[in-house]
Design a protein around this ligand. Structure first.
Ligand SMILES: NC(=O)c1ccc[n+]([C@@H]2O[C@H](COP(=O)([O-])OP(=O)(O)OC[C@H]3O[C@@H](n4cnc5c(N)ncnc54)[C@H](O)[C@@H]3O)[C@@H](O)[C@H]2O)c1
Length: 377
């Protein structure tokens, strides 16, 4: 296949590009080398030599057109991601940028005939808090619930767990299925749901086989260490390798199903190559629930470093308490998470230490988020 990979200079994109090349596909990257993901705004050394690169943005029709020439499929990974209150920017890049792809295809018959498959990176964030259970048998709402966001007052009281709206019992997290109702509550999750609605609906209406991939928190090498936000692993490792302890939000009891980046790349390539995925959304997670504190210990063990996270009671406004994806739908197509989180941690540490300018950026990231009212407490 001839595959246009948007965001191919980024973390997940670069591993997906490597796998596509290994499998004999031709690849072209469209990426605007967004700062601060790319601090120097230069093509990272991990982008394989010889891969065609276009410096351009997915909000620019000319960049899309240049990217699509001669291609027969698109892996659309470019996105704006953060916790910052730059609300409109999330929709501009993630939702409108995706709508522009379909707009251009619908406007040009020969382009439309050429494109056989589109895979779009959405996110587990589309669920918000996802599926929970009220375990109080005398409660009129006993059973499955999909809670909304926690209020600022609740977070300020350090009362972290989502509660049943009927009996106020702390709800118990469950794994969330693709068929569960999406209830995103932060700007990123809402923009990713909008993106998903755009690509699946327009794909179906105009006959462009499209697949949306809802990744869980992805870990491994090539994740930028200069984002204010982007991943527990890179923040833990930056601090641990500089003799400092991780600072964990809330009480560290948040459950996540971290997934290794090589498994996400395999899921992307499967979606691209397998028409059984057409017009559907798939969860792509690690299949195991870990609290943030358990994950910090796992990283410490993988690096052979002692870990004693600090818990100052800070929290991020808009954060999800627990989220775990059910991955049986993708498993039924033969995909399985194969790589361990220890392997991802070791590979990240090894890669980061080789990077010029690698240092601990976590205080700057935290300060930016605090200044903009995202990190509180
Ligand atoms: N990393 C995760 O844990 C995770 C989880 C769920 C979903 N996702 C999704 O996966 C995709 C890839 O994420 P990632 O972690 O690799 O991020 P990343 O920031 O490492 O890579 C994104 C790439 O997109 C590029 N980009 C940003 N805006 C662009 C624009 N307007 N035009 C062209 N290129 C642009 C950036 O320069 C970067 O190279 C995103 O769509 C993201 O929303 C990531």
């Amino acid at each position: 296949m001839n595959v246009l990979v948007t965001g191919g200079a980024g973390f997940i994109g670069s591993h997906t590009v490597n796998l596509l090349l290994e499998r004999g596909h031709r690849v072209r990257i469209l990426d605007n080398l967004l700062s601060p993901v790319h601090r120097e705004r230069t093509w990272p050394a991990y982008v394989p030599e010889g891969v065609e690169r276009i410096l351009g943005s997915v909000d620019d029709p000319q960049a899309w057109k240049a990217g699509l020439v001669g291609m027969d499929s698109v892996l659309h990974l470019a996105a704006y991601q953060d916790y910052l209150p730059t609300f409109s920017r999330f929709f501009h890049t993630n939702a409108a940028g995706t709508a522009l792809l379909y707009e251009l295809l619908v406007a040009d018959d020969s382009l439309a005939k050429q494109i056989k498959k589109i895979v779009v990176a959405t996110s587990q964030a589309v669920y918000g808090e996802g599926r929970y259970h009220c375990t109080n048998e005398s409660c009129p709402q006993h059973g499955v619930q999909f809670p909304g966001q926690r209020s600022l007052a609740q977070l300020e009281a350090h009362d972290w767990e989502p509660k049943c709206t009927a009996c106020d019992t702390a709800l118990v997290p469950q794994t969330t299925l693709e068929t569960d109702p999406p209830r995103p509550h932060n700007q990123y999750g809402i923009s990713k749901l909008a993106q998903e609605l755009v690509c699946l609906n327009l794909g179906e209406r105009y006959g462009f086989p499209t697949t949306a991939m809802r990744y869980s928190i992805t870990q491994g090498p090539h994740q930028s260490f200069t984002n204010p936000y982007s991943g527990a692993l890179r923040i833990f490792i930056q601090r641990l390798l500089h003799g400092r302890q991780p600072v964990v939000y809330e009480d560290g009891g948040q459950l996540r199903d971290y997934v290794a980046v090589w498994d996400v790349a395999r899921a992307n390539v499967l979606a691209l190559e397998d028409s059984r995925t057409d017009f559907q959304a798939f969860n792509v997670g690690g299949g195991k629930a870990l609290t943030v504190l358990e994950y910090a210990q796992l990283v410490g063990r993988a690096l052979n470093l002692p870990v004693q996270p600090a818990l100052p009671g800070r929290f991020r406004l808009g954060d999800t308490r627990h989220i775990l994806s059910d991955i049986s739908k993708l498993r039924a197509l033969g995909w399985e998470p194969r790589h361990s989180l220890e392997e991802a941690a070791q590979a990240y540490a090894a890669w980061a230490q080789q990077q010029p300018g690698f240092r601990d950026y976590s205080d700057e990231g935290m300060a930016t988020m605090a200044q903009q009212g995202v990190v509180r407490g």
